[in-house]
Design a protein around this ligand. Sequence first.
Ligand SMILES: C[S@@+](CC[C@H](N)C(=O)[O-])C[C@H]1O[C@@H](n2cnc3c(N)ncnc32)[C@H](O)[C@@H]1O
Length: 401
Amino acid sequence: MPKINDIGYSKMTFNKHENFREFVQHHIKISDPTEDYYYIEGNAGSGKYAGFTGSPLIFLEEAAKYRNRKFKVILIELNMDNILKLTDTIKEYYQYNNISIYTLLGDNSDLLLKMPKNKHGLCFIDHNGIPPFKTISELSEKSKIDLLINCPTTNIKRVRLVWKQKFLLEYLSIIKRKNILFREPKENDPVRWSMILATNNARLKHLKRLKFHSINNEKFNKLNYTDTETFKPTKATLELIEKLCKIKMKSKDIVSVLNKCDIKAQNNKPWTNANLKSFCNHNNIIVNKNDKIVKKKKPIVNRKKLCIKHSITNTVNTLNKKGIKTDQGHTWTNANLRAFYRKNKLNKDRKEDIKDIIQQLLKKHKRYNYIVEYLNKNNIKTIKNEFWCYNKLYYFCKTNC
Ligand SMILES: C[S@@+](CC[C@H](N)C(=O)[O-])C[C@H]1O[C@@H](n2cnc3c(N)ncnc32)[C@H](O)[C@@H]1O
C-alpha cells in the first residue's frame, strides 16, 4: 500500500470516503439535536492527500450544513507533518461559532482513553492496518459514543492463519456495545475493507440502506472465515471423495480424478493438494503418513445434534421451500418461527442440545477458545442465535454445565 506521511491509500480509498460521508450524513441526521455532537477521530491524517478529501474534512463539510447544532470535533494524529497540514486544510471551519475543533498530536491508544465520557456522537478509527482492538475495547467500556472502525478483514484472516491470532469475531466480541454491524465490502476489493459499527443506539440497528448488517447475518462469515473455511461442497462431491477415500487412494490421485471429472473446488477453482487437505480437515477426513486419505473414526460431536446448527433464517427458508405452512396456513417468517419455538418450548430443548455438545467438547478440550472456534465454525449458535465468544461460553458453562 503506498503511503504519504504514514497515510496509506489505495484504489479503495475513494470508496472509503464515499461510505464514510454517507454514514456521517445519516448519523448526524438521527442524533439528538438538543445535545452537543462529539466527533472524535483516532487517525485524522492530513485532511487532504493524493487528491483525496480526507475524513476530518468530510465530517466538517457535513457538520457545516447544520448551523443550529453544536459540534465538538477532536482530531488525533501521531505524525507532526500531518497535523500541521490538517490544521491548515480545515482552517475555514475554525470560524464557525457552532463548531469547536481541537487537534491533538499523539498516540491514539493513550489519547482516546482520555476523551470526555458520557458524550454522544461518533468516534472514527482508521488505522492503515489492523485496528487497535484492545484500545477500542477499553474505549467502549469508558464511553458511550458510537464507534466506526475501518477494518481490513482479509489481512486479519492472513495474520490469524500465519501468526495464530484471533478471528475478527473474537476481536469484535470484546467491544462493549449492544449492536455490532458491518458494512458489506465492495465486490472487487481484495482486502475486503469493511466498516464496523459498534453502537447502543437502537435506531442504528437496521441500516440495510447503507449496506450495514448485524454480525449475526450469514454474510459476516465471509469476513470472519477464509473461502476454504466456509466452502460447502455439493453432496455429490463429498460422496465421491468419500468413495475415493474408502479405496485408500493417495491425495494427489484424488486431486487428479476430481479435476479430470471437472469438479471444481472453492471459488470455482481446480483442486490442488492444499485445498483438498483443508477440505478434508473440515469434513472429518484425515490424511495419514503415506499421504493416503482415510475417514476419521468418530466425529467429536454426534452428527444428529448438529441439526441444531441451522439458524432461524435457514429453517424458515427450508420450510418455505418444502411448501410447509404454519398452523394458520401462512408462509413461515423469522417472527412466526420464533413464536412457534416459544409456544412449543423448543428453545428449552435447544439449550439442552447445546449443553450436551459443550459438555462433550469440554471432555476433550479444556480450552474455551478452541470450543468457541469450533462452535462458530460449525454454525452452532447461542440460544439467542448469536455467535459465541469467550465470555458467552464462560457464562453458559458457569450456569449450565
Ligand atoms: C489511513 S490514515 C488516516 C486517513 C484519514 N482517516 C482519512 O481518511 O483522511 C492513518 C493515519 O493514522 C496515523 N496514525 C498511525 N498510528 C497512529 C496512532 N497510534 N495514533 C494516532 N494516529 C496514528 C497515521 O499517521 C496516519 O495519518
